[in-house]
Design a protein around this ligand. Structure first.
Ligand code: HEM
Length: 305
């Protein structure tokens, strides 16, 4: 029998752990999508030829999401929130930046991620194999940092007050072909604001979607796009390791979310490996694995409509 591609096994396991929710994304199932405008301030031209970072405006789509693959989980059960941005380039092409409000990920390799999901599956079946989980953490000690962050994480007070990280590194390529390792951060103009677990506990289901819509009717919602410039010793292939806080950051533009929901665009896929000229993906195996995983999720959810 032919062996299944690993990405398919990973998605199967995600469905097993969190349930199969037809027509929904297999992760970040519940969310809301808006039209947006990105204005580049021109500083990006020093490091990249990417068209949307040269100065001027481009249209974009921005999807805020709760990370759970189960759309029935309450807002608080997913302290990890997402902001996926698709830039609509003047030549008709697209380029994406997909972020979450954690600076690091759980696993360094697709194999480790899929194995970890295998263990969690046994939890769901009511047979917690704690010993195996402990063994996995010994085998993949790099997962500890992300587990600790998520355990201690406070949810943002609003989709508008999260700081969203690309986690993975990318390379910016300038007009002379020089390559610069960078990571992205969306910094909220409203300031980072989080909720205490007590306040979060009292929120009704769907609060974040309602709150962002209400906020957009009253005031602008925007995020600065920062690039964090990697140092010589900063890993570009390891999403479980954060780069030091003191790394130089440069704001290259601002994303303004428009008070215009775009539900017709919700079926779009935000594949983080879709980049335009002047940008290259790093060697990070998880980043490349996401391409296949997101396609499988897209195929499944579309085939169920
Ligand atoms: C093994 C690694 C990962 C797997 C297998 C995975 C899987 C998935 C899948 C299946 C989807 C739904 C795709 C769709 O149907 O369009 C998704 C969405 C998403 N993932 Fe991941 N993911 C991984 C890592 C990450 C990382 C490191 C981040 C951090 C930035 C991330 C952030 C997101 C966000 C924000 C969305 C929602 C995108 C949207 O709004 O359409 N994921 N993920």
């Amino acid at each position: 029998m032919e062996k299944k591609p690993l990405a398919e096994t990973a998605i199967d396991r995600m469905e097993k752990v969190f349930g199969e929710h037809r027509e929904y994304r297999r992760a970040h199932a519940r969310g809301v999508i808006y039209e947006a405008v990105f204005s580049a301030n021109g500083l990006g031209t020093m490091y990249t030829t990417a068209p949307h970072l040269q100065g001027g405006e481009v249209k974009a789509l921005a999807r805020f999401s709760h990370s759970s693959p189960d759309p029935t989980w309450t807002d608080v059960m997913s302290p990890v929130k997402g902001l996926a941005v698709q830039f609509l380039l003047p030549d008709g092409g697209i380029t994406n930046i997909v972020g979450v409000n954690s600076p690091i990920f759980l696993a360094k390799t697709p194999e480790a991620f899929t194995k970890i999901l295998g263990v969690v599956t046994s939890f769901k079946k009511g047979k917690p194999r704690l010993r195996e989980l402990a063994k996995l953490l010994i085998k993949y000690p790099e997962s500890r940092a992300a587990i600790k962050i998520v355990q201690k994480m406070h949810a943002p007070a609003s989709f508008a007050t999260g700081r969203y990280h690309s986690i993975h590194a990318f390379y910016f390529i300038d007009k002379d072909g020089n390559r610069l390792p960078i990571k992205y951060e969306w910094e909220p103009d409203a300031g980072v604001e989080t909720l205490t677990p007590k306040d979060a506990g009292s929120l009704p289901f769907g609060y974040y979607e309602w709150e962002i819509e209400d906020r957009l009717q009253k005031e602008p919602v925007s995020f600065r796009l920062n690039i964090v410039i990697g140092g010589e010793e900063d890993p570009t292939d390891d999403p479980t390791v954060a780069w030091p806080e003191e790394r130089h950051k440069l704001t290259v533009g601002t994303l303004k979310i428009l008070p215009k929901p775009a539900p017709e665009a919700d079926e779009r896929k935000f594949d983080p490996t879709v980049v335009t000229e002047g940008i290259e993906c790093s060697e990070d195996q998880i980043l490349h694995f996401r391409k296949a995983a997101y396609s499988i999720s897209e195929e499944r959810r579309n085939s169920e409509k």
